[in-house]
Ligand binder design. Structure first.
Ligand code: NOJ
Length: 470
């Protein structure tokens, strides 16, 4: 205990604990400084409403598809739900003070659509607006720049009852929500992300049913893809119209696809998977249309495309948010439409708690791939790792996470030094939170949360960031 210098910040009856790192940085680690990334490089943490806020039915909030899904039996590991989670709804102020203390200058969070518009459209929940005003003001008080993501998967259930993302009316519904956010918060929020990982929420939620709302089928998949791509651009246009000096992006999940063998069959499988994983949402936004040539099944999207849509899919984003965790090694296989399968990680591969192979050079490769698009800037809007954390003497020596972050950062720097226009990095995530269908088991945070007491403990990775960013 005496080697650890505990600091207790008492605020609102809550305690945050953190200890001096019990690790010594090697010489090369000491030489790896944030200045290598340049003075204007943005450093932040990324979070989302459903995963952190809790207060799922408090102060007039409407139900979201994730509330409904998580309350169903058997959908979430250990029957966890995000009803309380980190209780960020009540603890935002102390959490943001802690973020400041860790020397972060940027905070990414999302707006819960049903907290603002309980029925998805129409009546506004003033308490919801007040909450986000308080969060934004608290960011500003703590000298932290707010980065708002409009849609991080928590669609109002009332809209799902009208077919959700498969109904083209969602473009209108989403426009109403985006306009409300822009008008209420745009005076103070300048950095905006329109969608979070549209590939993930359409594929997992509307094709294979593993995520909310749990729908399965090719028609719901294809229609949700097209409507999400339209909303991605429409949301950008609305923010541009109502927010002065807005800096607008959208956050895309990306993974470098590596063919297992250098044989044409493997290369073709990799190309097909690359279309779904990496190209599906950026190319229509850039005016390149859907990448149908490399994945002919996407021609079926035509059924949902109306005259003039090609124009409506375009938006001149200020930046693209790239989110990366792993590389996918692929072979020809039975997964419908892409006819490609993921290879299992090799026996000696290092895996995270999600079973994902640690592959830092993958972020370099995918950045080089994205660097070829005519985009103005790329910001890493998510990267990080879940590892089983062990509390010893009230601190958490999460060596693996520190190493993971350092290795990924080195590869980001390499791509940057080779000319890829990368201007920021957001770690996923700030405080351990609800990891969708995996519940609370995977811990991605640089701050540990005890979900029974809401006590936060800064992990060594958090302390590493504090030193690195100082
Ligand atoms: C993707 C999602 O945007 C986020 O919600 C999730 O928790 C992380 N990546 C980790 O899986």
């Amino acid at each position: 205990m005496n080697r650890s210098d505990f600091l207790k910040i008492m605020s609102g009856g809550l305690a945050y604990w953190y200890a001096r790192p019990s690790f010594a940085l090697s010489k090369t680690e000491q030489e790896f400084t944030k200045s290598l990334f340049g003075n204007s490089f943005e450093w932040g943490v990324a979070t989302s409403a459903f995963q952190c806020e809790g207060a799922w039915d408090v102060d007039g909030k409407g139900e979201s598809i994730w509330d409904r899904f998580a309350h169903k039996k058997g959908k979430i590991k250990d029957q966890n739900s995000s009803d309380v989670s980190c209780d960020f709804y009540h603890l935002y102020n102390t959490d943001l003070k802690l973020l400041k203390d860790l020397n972060f200058k940027n905070f990414r969070f999302s707006i819960s659509w049903p907290r603002l518009l309980p029925m998805g459209t129409g009546t506004i929940n003033a308490n919801g607006v007040d909450f986000y005003n308080r969060v934004i003001d608290s960011c500003i008080d703590n000298n932290i720049e707010p980065w708002v993501c409009l849609y991080h998967w928590d669609l109002p259930q009332a809209l799902e009852e009208q077919s959700g993302w498969t109904n083209r009316d969602i473009v209108r519904w989403f426009a109403e929500f985006a306009e409300l956010c822009a008008k209420k918060f745009g005076d103070r929020v300048k950095n905006w992300l329109v969608l979070n990982e549209p590939v993930a929420f359409t594929t997992l939620g509307y094709f294979i049913g593993m995520h909310a709302p749990g729908r399965i089928g090719i028609n719901s998949y294809l229609s949700s893809i097209h409507h999400a791509a339209l909303c991605q651009a429409e949301g950008g246009r609305i923010i541009r119209e109502y927010v002065q000096d807005a800096h607008i992006g959208t956050a895309l999940s990306c993974a470098f696809i590596e063919p297992h063998k250098a044989k044409p069959r493997f290369q073709r499988a990799a190309k097909r998977l690359d279309v779904i994983m990496n190209r599906l949402f950026i190319e229509p936004a850039l005016g390149m249309g859907y990448p149908t040539d490399d994945l002919p099944f996407l021609r079926k999207l035509e059924k949902f495309i109306e005259p003039g849509d090609e124009e409506k899919l375009k938006f001149d984003f200020d930046f693209i948010g790239l989110q990366n965790y792993y590389t996918i090694v692929t072979k020809p296989g039975m997964v419908p439409f892409v006819w490609a399968n993921k290879m299992k990680p090799s026996e000696n591969a290092e895996l995270t708690d999600m079973g994902w192979e640690v592959s830092p050079d993958g972020i370099y490769k995918i950045l080089k791939q994205f660097g070829k698009y005519p985009v103005k800037e790329i910001i890493i809007t998510e990267n990080g790792a879940a590892f089983p954390d062990v509390i010893t003497n009230a601190h958490i020596a999460d060596k693996q996470r520190i190493k993971f972050i350092q290795e990924y950062l080195k590869n980001i720097l390499k791509a940057k030094n080779e000319g890829v226009r990368i201007s920021g990095y957001f770690v996923w995530t700030f405080i351990d939170n609800f990891e969708w269908k995996e519940g609370f088991r995977p811990r991605f945070g640089i701050v540990y949360n005890d979900f029974n007491t809401q006590k936060r403990i800064v992990k060594n990775s958090g302390i590493w960031f504090k030193e690195f960013l100082k």
